[in-house]
Design a binder for this molecule. Structure first.
Ligand SMILES: [Zn+2]
Length: 78
């Protein structure tokens, strides 16, 4: 079973504590998605290079979600 996942918006440098149709997002991304709804076709991928490392040197990878009118890059720490 998965422990708590910590995700952090790389665009706004905020924790992703908000909910949205495309999953957890930061409050500012949430506002953007609310005023400019996500396109019907939403895509996502993991970037190949880690975005950061934990203090015990575990890699933290970047998950990118995007559509026609938005792009959200998140650091996902599990
Ligand atoms: Zn954000």
């Amino acid at each position: 079973m998965k422990a708590t996942t910590i995700s952090h918006c790389l665009i706004h440098q905020l924790p992703e504590t908000g909910t949205s149709p495309i999953g957890s997002v930061c409050p500012r991304c949430k506002r953007l998605l609310y005023t400019q709804p996500a396109s019907l076709e939403n895509r996502a991928y993991w970037e190949s290079q880690p975005g950061a490392y934990t203090l015990d040197r575990r890699p933290i990878f970047i998950y990118t979600r995007f559509g026609d009118n938005y792009k959200i890059r998140s650091l996902i720490e599990e």
